[in-house]
Design a protein around this ligand. Structure first.
Ligand SMILES: Cc1cc2nc3c(=O)[nH]c(=O)nc-3n(C[C@H](O)[C@H](O)[C@H](O)COP(=O)(O)OP(=O)(O)OC[C@H]3O[C@@H](n4cnc5c(N)ncnc54)[C@H](O)[C@@H]3O)c2cc1C
Length: 396
C-alpha cells in the first residue's frame, strides 16, 4: 500500500493550514477572549477570503464552485480545516451543510439542484437535516419515526415535532424526514421533503440549550403543523427517505471524524508545547513519565484513528458503502478525540481549564460527538451483530 499524499494535495493542505493559522485562529481567539458568538457576517467574510485563496468548498464538484476532490482527498483537507471549530465553517465543509450538500448532490433533481444545492454550495445560505424527534419518536432508533406526511392532491401535509435540528434557527431550508406510507414501516415508508424555512406551519420552538460554547447554528426544536409542500418537494423517490438518510450518514460520519481529528491533533500539540516548557519538581513536565505517557497515548490514538479514517475514505471513494468501517471509525475517533482533549486539559493544568486556551470549549463541544450520528453503543451493537452473523453462521 502506498501512503504517499500526492504533491497537489500536499500543496492544497499547506494552503488550508496557512489560511487556518492566519485568518481563522485570530477570529477564534478573539471570540474566546470576549465570549462573543460567531456571527453570520463573520462566516461570510471568512468564506470570501477562502474563495479568494482557492480553498473553498473542498467536498463539492468544480461545476458547483468546489475543489472537485474525491472523498479520500478530503481527509487531509478536512483534518487541517478542523484544527479550529471555525475552520470547516470558513472553507465550507462544516456539518450539517456538508452532509446536506453531499446528499443533494447525490439525490436532487436538476430543479432542486438549482433551487437548493447551488446557493448552498456557494455558501450563501444554510440548511438543516430534521430527523430526530423527542420521545417517543425517532432517536437512536430511526424506525420510531412519528412525523407524518399525508398526500392531499398535488401536495403533502407534514405534521410532527423534531429536535436537535442543527442549524435550524439559521437555516434557509430544511430536509425533513416524514412517514408517508406507515403500513410499510419507516424503512420503506419514509420520505425526505425539501422545504424553505418560511413555509407556513414551520415554527422554531427554541434552540435546545446545549453543552459547549460557540456551536454556530444551534440545535433547534421545530414544530411542523399542517406544513403544505408540493409533490416536487420530495428528495429522490417517495419511500426512499431511510435509504437516503443511510447514504448521507456514512460519508457524513466520516467527515465528522476528519474534522474532529484536526482538533485532537491541535490539542495534543498544545499539550506538548506546555509540557515541554512548563517546569515542575526540577524538570519540564514532559520529562515526568506520567505526562510523557499521556502524550504518547494521544499520539498513538490519533495515529490509529487517522489510519482508520483514510481506509474508510478509500473504500467510499472506490464505491464501497463502507458501513461497518465508517461505523467503527466513528466510535474510535469520537472516543479518541474526547480522551486526547481530556489529557490535554490535564497536562495544561489550570490553563487547560481557562478560556485562554481553546481546550475548554473543545472539551465541551466534543462530548456530543459520542452521541450524534449514532451513539457509540448503537455502532457497537451493529458491529457486533455483523461479526456474529459472519462467524456464528450454522455449520454446513
Ligand atoms: C449536538 C447535536 C447535534 C445534532 N444534530 C442533529 C441534526 O442535525 N439532525 C437530527 O435529526 N438529529 C441531530 N441530533 C440528534 C442525534 O442524532 C441524536 O441525539 C442521536 O441519534 C441519539 O438519539 P437520542 O438523543 O434520542 O438518544 P436516545 O435514542 O434516547 O438514546 C440515549 C442513549 O441510549 C443508549 N442507547 C441507545 N440505543 C442503544 C442500544 N441499542 N444499546 C445500548 N445503548 C443504547 C445510548 O447511550 C444513547 O446515547 C443531534 C444531536 C446532538 C447532541
Amino acid at each position: 500500500m502506498d501512503f504517499t499524499i500526492p504533491d497537489h494535495l500536499q500543496d492544497l493542505t499547506q494552503r488550508v493550514r496557512h489560511f487556518i493559522d492566519s485568518e481563522v485562529i485570530p477570529v477564534e481567539q478573539q471570540l474566546q477572549q470576549t465570549g462573543a458568538e460567531l456571527t453570520k457576517e463573520q462566516v461570510f467574510a471568512l468564506r470570501d477570503k477562502a474563495k479568494a485563496a482557492g480553498i473553498f468548498a473542498p467536498t463539492m464538484p468544480k461545476a458547483l464552485g468546489g475543489l472537485g476532490l474525491n472523498i479520500q482527498e478530503w481527509v487531509p483537507i478536512l483534518e487541517t480545516a478542523g484544527r479550529s471549530l471555525l475552520g470547516p465553517l470558513a472553507i465550507h465543509c462544516a456539518a450539517p451543510d456538508e452532509g446536506n450538500m453531499h446528499t443533494l448532490h447525490t439525490f436532487a433533481n436538476p430543479e432542486q439542484v438549482e433551487r437548493y444545492l447551488r446557493p448552498l454550495a456557494e455558501g450563501r445560505v444554510f440548511s438543516g437535516f430534521s430527523m430526530t424527534e423527542p420521545p417517543p419518536g425517532a432517536g437512536s432508533d430511526p424506525t420510531m419515526l412519528m412525523t407524518t406526511a399525508t398526500r392531499d392532491g398535488d401536495e403533502w401535509v407534514i405534521n410532527g415535532l423534531k429536535w436537535y435540528t442543527s442549524n435550524g434557527t439559521i437555516a434557509d431550508f430544511l430536509l425533513i424526514m416524514a412517514l408517508t406510507d406507515p403500513d410499510k414501516g419507516a424503512h420503506k415508508g419514509s420520505t425526505i421533503f425539501l422545504a424553505p424555512i418560511d413555509t407556513p406551519g414551520i415554527t422554531i420552538v427554541r434552540d435546545v440549550p446545549t453543552m459547549g460554547r460557540g456551536d454556530f447554528g444551534g440545535h433547534a426544536e421545530i414544530r411542523y403543523e399542517n406544513v403544505r409542500v408540493p409533490h416536487s418537494a420530495i428528495l429522490g423517490e417517495q419511500g426512499q427517505g431511510f435509504a437516503i438518510a443511510q447514504a448521507r450518514l456514512g460519508p457524513a460520519r466520516l467527515t465528522h471524524c476528519m474534522r474532529w481529528l484536526g482538533i485532537a491533533q491541535r490539542a495534543m500539540e498544545i499539550a506538548a508545547e506546555y509540557a515541554g516548557t512548563r517546569h515542575a519538581f526540577g524538570k519540564p513536565l514532559a520529562e515526568h513519565q506520567a505526562t510523557a505517557f499521556m502524550l504518547a497515548d494521544s499520539a498513538m490514538e490519533i495515529h490509529y484513528a487517522r489510519l482508520m479514517i483514510h481506509h474508510a475514505a478509500w473504500l467510499l471513494t472506490n464505491g464501497d458503502q463502507a458501513r461497518s468501517e465508517t461505523s467503527m471509525t466513528k466510535v474510535v475517533t469520537s472516543e479518541v478525540v474526547n480522551k486526547v482533549i481530556d489529557r490535554a486539559v490535564q497536562i495544561c493544568g489550570g490553563t487547560g481549564i481557562s478560556r485562554d486556551l481553546p481546550l475548554a470549549s473543545w472539551y465541551e463541544n466534543a462530548r456530543a460527538f459520542r452521541i450524534y450520528d449514532g451513539a457509540s453503543e448503537v455502532h457497537r451493537m451493529v458491529t457486533a451483530r455483523q461479526i456474529v452473523k459472519k462467524y456464528a453462521a450454522p455449520r454446513q
